[in-house]
Each structure stands twice: as C-alpha cells, then as structure tokens.
Design a protein around this ligand. Structure first.
Ligand SMILES: *Cc1c(COP(=O)(O)O)cnc(C)c1O
Length: 392
C-alpha cells in the first residue's frame, strides 16, 4: 500500500492486497499450483531456505493465500497474518507454537467448543496445564497467573453467551507479566473490534464465519507481529494445517464486502434482540448491544457495533428451544455463523456429544439457549419468522 494516510477498513478490504502481483487483473487471480518451479538452482536454494515462500510448495505458502493474508493483516492492523485450514487449525497451531510441556495457560470458562476441548482435554495430555477463569473479571486472569504461565487465551464476545472480556485490562495484566495474549475475534470481526488496538498480541479468527461470509469455505487465520507469525508458520508447515488457493480466493471475494455485511448484520441483530426481549416466550436475551446487557458499557468502549450473533433463553426450557429451531422457516437449523443466511442452533443439543454437563454449565449455557446468527435477510422477515415459530 503506497498511501501516506491510513486507509479505512472498508477500503483495505478491497485494496489491501494490491501490489502483491504484477498482473493487470482487477479481480484476484487464482493459483492452484501445489508446487512452483524455480528458474535456476540458485533461485531454488534461495526460495527453499527463505522465510515463508509464497511460490515454493503450497503447504509452505501460495500466492492466492498470501493475498488473503495481506488483506486480513491490514484489517486487524497487524504486520503479518497466516491463513490456515480452519479456525481450529489457526487456534491449535497458534497455541502449540507458544507452549511446551510444563507451561501453563490462563483461558476463559467460556470458549468456542473446539477451543475448550483443545485447552481442557488435549493440552493436559502433553503436560500443559490450563486454568479457566470468569472472563468478565480481569482480576481473575491476574490471580490465575503462575511463574510458568506462557499464554492468556481470550474470546470476546464469547460463544454462545456473548459475554465480554475487557481486552485492554487483560492485555495490560498479561504484558506486565511477560505473557503472550491471543484473542479469538471471530464474533466481532475486525469491522467491529480490533484487539491489537487494545494491546492483544495475536488475533485469531475462524475465517469460515464473517471474513468469508458466504458459508462456502473453511479457513482460519492468525495475525500478529512478523516474528510471532513466522514462528507459528514454522509449526503450521509441520502440523499440516495449511490453506489452499480455492478457499483463499473465495475468502478474497467475501472480504471485499465484509464491512457492508457486518454493519448490516449488527444492525439487524440489535433490532431482533429488542424484538425478542419483549416477547413473552423469551426469558432472556444475550446481546452486548442491549442496554441491559451487564457489560454494555464495556462493549461500547471496545466495539464499534455488537455483531450479528445473539442468543436467547426460552421460558419453556429445553423442549421449547428444540421446538423453536424446528419451527423456524427462513432461519435454518444449522451450526456456524457469519454467512448471508440466518442460522439458529440449540446449543445444548450440539454440545452434549462433546462436552460434559459440568463443562456446559461452567460455560454458563442454559439448556434452553438458542444461538441466532443473523444474516442479510430483511430484518422484518426475520422478526416475522421468529414470531410464528415462537407461537408454536
Ligand atoms: C467457528 C469458530 C471457531 C472454529 O472455526 P472453524 O473454522 O470451524 O475451525 C473458533 N472460534 C469461534 C469463535 C468460532 O465461531
């Protein structure tokens, strides 16, 4: 980027990959080649031993993947990004690159299910211990720190209760103790929140969600300073969590409308949250944009808008939640979020297979909780669908 002034995210999403290739195409080209030919033995030796080559072998890097990385790094305001096979690929690789046996991690009681399983089940098998704390209390992070703590892992807003972690407070505590911070920014997207501005070291995403935005790719990304991302890349090429040209190309296409989509989804989610808050069948609405959300003031401080995900608890309990997701017509009963189409999922029925009841309860998830991922349909049509489904 040659501009002297910082570009806005709307512009970076469209032009953040300019200058990476000397082609004259307006839209990004796609490079599906798994391997790349060197022009000479000297060039081969240089590429093979270089840092993150984008034209050597696609597990190491790829030109289309590099373009998506450049755009996302710009959006997060970080020097570098590494695109990986999935959000969990990004999270697991980032964590594994930063800990060894004997180390300790401080994380939240409430995380995306795959992250909880990584932290609570997988890492302890390799001698890494994890303390999970209440994310709404920065002092709890500090109290859990030990001399061997290497990482603080946060996620805000968190899945599926939309609890908020104070990014600046937790980043300052970790930094004072020389501990690296990772924030999962999937729910907010860089349009609504940039954890790096609050002092967070590494920002991870499931790019499958808002960044891609069309429910047609699976990818993950980690953003950070160049040396930190290089270290994660050295692990990624061994763990094999690499992305590919097709997913990266779809991601580049989706990213171009990220700002428009997220802004509209955030507006529609707030409208829906207000409507559902007033509905007699709904016992509770979790959405940080609502004034009555216990952390609304904090959310306002660190977020531009509050995202397209909300969750509700139904007065009628587990059975009412199952009935709601079955009766919705426009809104599909499917996991995931961040796509153009609205989705709803009964959290307890997804989580039961993988987490213990104690883990589900520790994450603050009620058996009647339904998570709603708002898409780009007209909000009045969505409201009407919920009214008819809740009448059942
Ligand atoms: C979906 C999701 C993940 C995992 O991403 P995948 O692309 O499915 O591997 C991680 N964190 C959050 C908050 C998510 O929503």
């Amino acid at each position: 980027m040659t501009s002297d002034f910082p570009l806005h995210p709307e512009t970076l999403a469209i032009h953040g990959d300019d200058g990476l290739e000397a082609d004259t195409d307006v839209a990004p080209s796609i490079h599906p080649s798994s391997t790349f030919r060197a022009r000479s033995a000297a060039e081969f030796a240089e590429i093979a031993s270089g840092e993150r080559p984008s034209r050597f072998y696609t597990r190491y890097g790829n030109p289309t993947v590099a373009r998506a990385e450049r755009v996302i790094a710009g959006l997060e305001g970080k020097a570098a990004a590494l695109l990986l096979a999935s959000g969990m690929g990004a999270i697991a690789t980032t964590v594994l690159a930063n800990v060894s046996a004997g180390d300790h991690i401080v994380a939240q009681t409430s995380h995306y299910m795959g992250t909880t399983r990584l932290l609570a089940d997988l890492l302890p098998r390799f001698g890494v211990t994890v303390s999970q704390v209440d994310q709404t209390d920065p002092a709890a992070f500090e109290a859990a720190l030990r001399p061997e703590t290497r990482l603080v892992m946060i996620e805000t807003p968190s899945n599926p209760t939309l609890a908020i972690t104070d990014l600046a407070a937790v980043a300052a505590i970790a930094r004072a103790h020389g501990v690296t911070t990772i924030a999962d920014n999937t729910f907010a997207s860089p349009i609504n929140q940039r954890p790096g501005e609050h002092g967070i070291d590494l920002v991870v995403h499931s790019a499958t969600k808002y960044l891609g935005g069309h429910s047609d790719l699976v990818a993950g990304v980690v953003c950070g300073e160049a040396a930190a991302v290089q270290r994660i890349w050295e692990h990624a090429i061994v763990l094999g969590a690499s992305s590919n040209a097709f997913d990266a190309w779809l991601l580049l296409r989706g990213l171009r409308t990220l700002a428009l989509r997220v802004t509209r989804q955030s507006d529609s989610a707030l409208l829906l949250a207000r409507m559902l808050e007033a509905h007699p069948a709904v016992a509770k609405v979790h959405y940080p944009g609502l004034e009555r959300h216990p952390q609304h003031a904090l959310a306002r401080r660190q977020m531009k808008a509050f995202g397209g995900v909300l969750s509700i608890e139904l007065a009628g309990g587990y059975a009412a939640a199952q009935s709601l997701v079955a009766r919705l017509e426009l809104v599909a009963n499917a996991v995931s979020l961040g796509g153009v189409e609205s989705l709803a999922v009964h959290a307890a029925s997804v989580w039961e297979g993988s987490l213990s009841i104690a883990q589900i309860e520790a994450a603050g998830v009620s058996p009647s909780l339904v998570r709603i991922a708002v898409g780009l349909e007209h909000p009045e049509d969505l409201a009407r669908d919920f009214v008819q489904a809740l009448a059942g």
